[in-house]
Each structure stands twice: as C-alpha cells, then as structure tokens.
Design a binder for this molecule. Structure first.
Ligand code: M6R
Length: 606
C-alpha cells in the first residue's frame, strides 16, 4: 500500500524520484506526487491517477531541486484525488507516508480545536501538522515529537524548507530502507526503487528515526538514543527485486500472509476486554439483529463467504445464505429490509457482485462490504466497509486476499456472537487467543514449501484432481481446487467428503490424486471413514492432518501437518498447503504463474 522515496545529493532529484516511483507503482497507482526543497520553500506537484499523469504535469510545469520526496498511492484514507495525493504539505513541511494512522480522527479533532485547517481527507495530513506544531528549529526533534502522539503504522519521509540539506525518515510497521550512495543517499519503501543507484542498504526497524544528509546517515530511536544498523550488500537484479526477491508475485503474496493477517487484526482485537473493536459505521448497521444475512461474491471471495456462513452460524446463530453473484442477480432473489447483505470482493470492482449489491439496495437491505481496495466501487456503494488490509494483490490467483477475508469474517462472527450474548467473555478470549496465534502458525507451515514442491513433482502428470473436505474444510477444498485450475490448467473439483458415495467415488482409481483436508475436528471421524473408502479403491491420498495423526498418515501417500488448534483456525493453515501445491505444480510445469491464461485480476464485466 503506497510507495515512498526520498533523495538527497547533488543530482536533480526529480529524475531520480520519478524513476524510483515507476519501480514502486505496483504498490498503488491512485495518485502520485513529488516535493522538492527549492530556494527556501517547498515546490510540490501532484496528480490524480497513474504516475504518467504526474510526469506529464512536471514536463509542462517543471520543478528542480537536489533534495526531494515522492509517493505513489494506494488509497486508504480518502478517495483517490489530487488533494488526497502525497506529499502532504503544511507550511514549511512536506511528508510522504505509507501506513495507517489509527488515532488520526482524534488527533485531527485536537488540531482543529487548536486552529489547524485541513485540505485533505488523509490520515497523513495530521502528521505534517503535528511536525509543524512541534518545530522549534530542530527538524528531527520535531518529527520525533510528532510521532510520539501517533498510533498505527507508518513509513514516512519528511522535508523542511529551512533544512534543504537533510531529510528525516521514520518507520513503524511499514517497510523503509536507506540506500547509501557516493555523496548522495536515498530512502525508499523497498530496494527495487533505488537498486539502479546503490547496492548498499540499511533496513530500518520499528521505532527508528533517521536523519539523512548527502554524506551522513544517523539513526535514533524515539527517545533520541543513537542506534547502529548494519549496512547490507544486496546483489539482486532490478527485475527480481520488483517481486522482493520472489520468483513470482503469487509466491511473495503467499509468504506475506502471516503479516497481512496481523494487519487485518491490528487494532480490532481487544484481547484483555474480550471484544472485537469494530468501526462505528459497521456497528451501527446492527447486522446481529437481521433476520438473515445474505453473502454474495465471486471466485475466491465466494469461497471465503462459504466459510463465513459456517463461522457466523456456528458462533452467532444468525442464518446465512451464500450465493455466487452471477447466479444471484438473475434469479429474482428474496431479500427484505430485515436482511443484511454482505458483498465480498478483493478488488471492490467485480461487476456481478456490484450488480447484486444494487439489487439488495433496491429491496431496502442494509449493505456491508468486505473489500481490500479502498474506495473502489463496491465500498463506495455500501453502507459500511470492513477493509481486509491485504495491500495490493498483484498475482491473479488470489491468496492473501482470501485469508484476510477469512480473518475479517471471523472478527465479524465473533462480534455478532458477542453482541447477541451467544458466547461469553471466557470463550471469546479463548477464540481471540487462537486468532492471535495464527500468524506464527502460518510462518511455521510456510517453512515446508520445499516438501510441498517434492510432492508437487510427483503429481505433475495427473490430469485431474479431487479435493475433499467437510465442514469448515469444504470451502477450503473448493479454494484449493480453484487455485490448481487457475494456474496449472489441470482439471480439479471439490466435494464435501460426505458426498463421495453419492457419485464421485466412481472416479477413484490409482491415477487420481485425492487431496483430503482432515485435521482433527468435530467431523474428523466421519472424514476418516470416507478416506478408508478411497483407500480401499486404490486412491492416491494426499492429506492435511493434525500433527501426530498416525492413522491418517499411514493411509496417505503423503501427509502435510498442521498443529493442534481450534477448528475455526484450521482453514488458515490448511489453505497454505493448497496454495503452495498449486503454485509449485504450475511453476514446475513452466506456466506463467502470475498471469495465467484467459484470466484478469479484476472482472469488471459480466
Ligand atoms: O475482486 P474480487 O474478490 O471480487 O474477485 C473475485 C474473483 O474474480 C477472484 O476471486 C478470482 O476468482 C481469483 N482469480 C481467484 O484466485
């Protein structure tokens, strides 16, 4: 979400910043902007839309300078527009920011009460006002003081017209690096932006504040104690670094999931109080009082919706229907003002999902969306939006968007259940504890990617796969089959394990890989019987089981394990194996993993 860059040295910074922004564009392209220190002031150019718009603007209305900052935006607070574009400037100061200032509303009110006027809807603008307010001649000190008031995540780079010979950078939970040059230095969101100029990097840590001049880099903590950070030599080539060293965006996004789940949960889980902290706009919809909830989505988002039904019905006991949007819109659906309508969409632009939302609106239902892309069509048309905070997803095969949708749905399910008194504080705490453990459990599973590749190699020649799961794992089976189809072009289908005897068992032979998701949970023993039936017909079983499950491991050609954990957490872990399996098969087959044939990331037509 957003790319930021800063330059200080003897060269014309505008060229360097523009080039860096073009390497950061995958992080967002809602708007772009550049600010430079020039003759005791700050010159600013910003443009709504892609970087090309900014470049055209600068070509007709040039700016020049040796110290500057730049930004390419993926909108979070405030719709994409020129006024919401960064850098945000106030008086002698300008900043670029990547992250979310969680207490910005509170700080904004306080600043307004002290006479400040705002020109944007961004959370970022409050930071530049705080810096200006704290400034008494020492630029770094002003940034330090300002950031002490701020809660949330940020990577910022700041300019001050009084100090054209320094830039100040700070990091808290959003990436920021410094690249060392010869009589010049660079700050950026990632290595890719400046790899053309330097191979020597300092990776800032949370709480670091750096004062960077053309010849010096000093790093301090928030209490002004000096810190040493190692300089690392990076040998990546430019193209690889765009994917942060991963061969494909999809693999990078698979590995990002533990962090993205953390981001989805950030500020929303109040473990001590045993409650979910939900946006007021969502809470006001009072979905827990609805007679029924209607979830509508497409593809991977639909699978998240299916799991949402299990979770909401299990915990909150509210009836939930789930539909594929392209079916729902043409079957004259029954929806009333007593219903709550939930649209799930990563992009927020899917045409069928949007069409269903409009139908629900016409019937007077209240509308909540679960989306990743800020201010896209579906959130704009909703009464409230739960943002998944997955950051831009570039790989066409959805991975982190899915697990952050699951994370969002779990939070909503717990919230509704709590408000209805369906679960008590102790059980809520137990659930919240289980959720907190997910990122580290995911990390551990991702370490077994090489094992998954070995298994993938053995399955390359299969021309069809069957995925089986029950209960919370049926939607995961569907998702696993979709991932495989999308990027390997091998046929796959998913069934609830209990349906085997009603038809699909006829498919079983010694050539059909059957991927079974069967960790220990409430339906484990039933699944075990289904597996014995597959085994008795010489089926090739690849299973996902709970650690220590010797029984299932014995009947499987290969068993992947997940730790013992609550049933509601299991899907987050089992789906990782299925994503990795699809990825490795596709990669071994030599397919274009990130841009599979016939597909587009965002389906904006029927
Ligand atoms: O942006 P959306 O979540 O609305 O997109 C829905 C589907 O097009 C999307 O999930 C698609 O199925 C993915 N390519 C699956 O990996």
């Amino acid at each position: 979400m957003c790319g930021i860059i800063g330059y200080i040295g003897n060269r014309d910074c505008v060229q360097i910043i523009q080039a860096g922004l073009s390497r950061l564009a995958y992080r967002g392209y809602d708007s772009a902007g550049i600010a430079v220190c020039h003759e005791g002031d700050i010159d600013l150019r910003r443009a709504h839309g892609k970087l090309e718009n900014l470049i055209s603007l600068i070509s007709v209305d040039p700016i020049r300078g040796n110290t500057g900052i730049g930004h390419t935006r993926w909108a979070t607070h405030g719709r994409p527009s020129e006024s919401n574009a960064h850098p945000q400037k106030y008086g002698k100061f300008a900043i670029v920011h990547n992250g979310i200032i969680e207490n910005y509303l509170e700080l904004r009110q306080e600043l307004i009460a002290r006479g400040h006027q705002f020109t944007s809807e961004t959370d970022t603008e409050i930071v530049v006002h705080l810096i200006a307010e704290a400034y008494e001649g020492d630029f770094a000190q002003a940034v330090r003081k300002a950031l002490k008031n701020v809660r949330g995540s940020y990577a910022i780079v700041a300019l001050c017209a009084d100090h054209p010979d320094e830039i100040i950078a700070a990091r808290q939970q959003s990436p920021l690096i410094i690249a060392k040059g010869d009589a010049e230095n660079f700050v950026a969101s990632d290595v890719a932006a400046v790899l053309a100029y330097s191979r020597q990097f300092i990776f800032l840590d949370d709480g670091d504040i750096a004062r960077v001049t053309a010849n010096t880099i000093e790093i301090f903590d928030l209490d002004n104690r000096k810190i040493d950070r190692p300089v690392k030599e990076i040998q990546w080539n430019l193209a690889a670094a765009e994917k942060q060293g991963y061969p494909h965006y999809m693999l990078k996004e698979i590995y990002e999931q533990p962090q993205k789940i953390t981001d989805t949960f950030r500020g929303r889980i109040l473990e001590d109080e045993g409650i979910i902290n939900i946006d007021e706009a969502i809470d006001k919809l009072e979905f827990e009082k609805c007679h029924r909830l209607q979830i509508v989505a497409c593809g991977t988002s639909y699978h998240a919706g299916l799991l949402g039904k299990y979770l909401i019905e299990k915990l909150a006991r509210i009836p939930v229907d789930v539909d594929v949007a392209s079916e729902y819109r043409y079957r004259n659906p029954i929806i009333t003002p007593n219903d709550g309508f939930i649209a799930i969409s990563q992009s927020g632009e899917t045409a069928d999902t949007y069409a269903c939302l409009k139908i629900a609106r016409e019937h007077g239902a209240k509308i909540l969306s679960i989306c990743n892309v800020m201010d896209s069509t579906i959130p704009r048309a909703s009464d409230a939006t739960f943002y998944t905070r997955a950051d831009p997803e570039i790989g066409v095969a959805s991975t982190k968007a899915f697990t952050t949708q699951l994370a969002s749905l779990i939070l909503l399910a717990i919230h509704f259940a709590r408000k209805l008194g369906m679960i008590d504080a102790d059980y809520t705490r137990h659930l919240l504890n289980a959720l907190r453990a997910i990122p580290s459990q995911m990390e551990a599973i991702l370490e077994s990617s090489d094992d998954v590749r070995l298994v993938a190699r053995k399955l390359l020649r299969a021309n069809s796969f069957l995925y089986l799961g029950r209960n919370v794992h049926y939607p995961i089976a569907l998702e696993g089959a979709l991932k495989l189809k999308e990027i390997t072009y091998i046929h796959a289908e998913a069934y609830p394990s209990g349906e085997m005897k009603h038809g699909p068992i006829a498919l079983i032979d010694d050539r059909l890989p059957v991927i079974v998701i069967a960790p220990k949970n409430s339906t484990y023993e039933k699944t075990l019987s289904n597996l014995q039936e597959v085994k008795a017909r010489n089926g090739r079983i690849i299973s996902i089981v709970t650690e220590g499950d010797d029984m299932l491991t014995r009947v499987s050609e290969h068993a992947f394990t997940i730790p013992e954990c609550d049933e509601i957490v299991q899907p987050f872990l089992s789906v990782l194996y299925l994503q990795l399996l699809a990825y490795h098969i596709a990669d071994l087959l030599g397919n274009d993993v990130d841009q599979p044939r016939n597909l587009a990331k965002s389906v904006t037509v029927e």
